[in-house]
Design a protein around this ligand. Structure first.
Ligand code: ATP
Ligand code: MG
Length: 349
């Protein structure tokens, strides 16, 4: 475990303590890119924490990061369909649209304008070092990184800071971006006076869920188990998941990462420990491991899938959620941009 990860984990633990002691001091912002449908990586890496933060009483801002779709591809595909799918999954998983503000950042001009002063606070070398940007370019098969992909962590700083969020529930891949946001906030405050908080990541017990091919589960990779899949589709996907040639199932996250990932998923669904699940399966081998995982995932997701179908039956209500979310986000973004311009001395009339 790297020192940076350890430090981020310690700050994440402090946020967990705050959720019990002083939830009113927490303002959450997190987001997903509308590049496809949400999957188990989102669910265990971030969504469960979003719902836990909401239940604790924290303020909730949920972003659908539509501009960021075109960071690593030329065209956005069925972006409206993906936006709808993300909206529905987040609500079906437990975000309450009466309490959470759900919005698309392309609808909030003042948020995007924060990108200009923020870009002045970072160097090209710093942006080029970001390991997640490098990974994403590699996954997308990009050899020449475009301006929007390079500056995407700064755009994300605008996403988080426009509403002055101080907690961001994310998976491990996002840690370099949260660090970049902390740097932007710190440098802005040093240069112009205290305006922004330095947000912390809230990490889950599953900061990096692997997909069926043994690499990070990602919408863009086709290695996902989607929340919206039917029970049969889920069974088929799990059947094809990569394991290894050892017969007996054991808990060995370093030596057997693919098997450990499936054990972890079972334990997260069932609320048991992965060691315990491994012991129970043991000689039953990969077949029993996958059978138990299929049952566990289908049981866990059954209520979400039912709620999803129900929500899709009322598209007008979903449009309303987004309309209200965008309105609210615009109000807050306008106020923050005014404050930023005034801190920078850019108010003349
Ligand atoms: P894409 O491939 O288009 O980048 P993605 O699957 O990586 O899609 P994002 O929308 O980029 O999903 O990520 C949304 C949130 O879900 C982020 O907080 C991210 O850290 C988290 N997340 C995504 N994949 C995983 C995973 N495999 N394990 C844990 N968390 C994840
Ligand atoms: Mg991603």
């Amino acid at each position: 475990m790297s020192d940076t990860f350890r430090a981020a984990q310690a700050r994440s633990d402090a946020i967990t303590a705050k959720m019990a002691e002083d939830p009113a001091s927490l303002r959450m912002l997190t987001g997903d890119r509308p590049t496809g449908n949400l999957h188990l990586g989102h669910y265990f890496g971030s969504i469960r924490n979003r719902v836990a933060l909401q239940s604790s009483g924290a303020e909730i801002w949920q972003l659908i990061a539509d501009y960021q779709v075109i960071t690593d591809r030329e065209v956005a595909g069925d972006i409206a369909g993906s936006v709808r799918s993300l909206l529905v999954d987040n609500i079906a998983a437990g975000l309450d649209p009466e309490r959470a503000t759900i919005f698309t950042h392309s609808s909030v001009p003042a948020l995007n304008q924060l990108m200009l002063p923020f870009l002045s606070l970072v160097s090209v070398a710093e942006l080029q070092r970001n390991p997640t940007v490098k990974d994403e370019a590699k996954t997308a098969g990009i050899t020449s990184i475009g301006g929007l992909l390079l500056t995407y962590p700064v755009h994300q700083a605008a996403d988080i800071l426009f509403c002055k969020a101080n907690v961001v529930p994310v998976g491990r891949d996002q840690l370099p971006h949260i660090e970049q946001t902390r740097v932007v906030a710190r440098r802005f405050n040093e240069r112009y006076g205290a305006v922004f908080p330095e947000p912390d990541a809230l990490l889950s017990e599953a900061p990096l869920i692997l997909g069926t091919d043994g690499t990070k589960m990602s919408k863009s990779k086709g290695n996902v188990i989607e929340l919206r899949m039917t029970a049969d589709e889920t069974a088929k996907k799990i059947k094809g998941a990569k394991t290894d040639s050892e017969r007996v199932i054991t808990w060995d996250p370093d030596g057997r990462p693919e098997v450990a990932n499936l054990l972890l998923l079972i334990s997260l669904c069932e609320g048991t420990s992965p060691e315990q699940v491994a012991e129970e399966i043991g000689d039953g081998g990969g077949g029993l491991l996958k059978k138990r995982l299929t049952e566990a995932v289908n049981t866990e997701l059954e209520p979400l899938r039912a709620r999803r179908t129900e929500l899709l039956g009322d598209p007008g209500a979903l449009d309303d959620v987004l309309r209200r979310g965008n309105e609210r986000a615009n109000g807050v973004a306008d106020a923050t941009l005014d404050e930023v311009r005034s801190a920078m001395g850019m108010t003349y009339l």
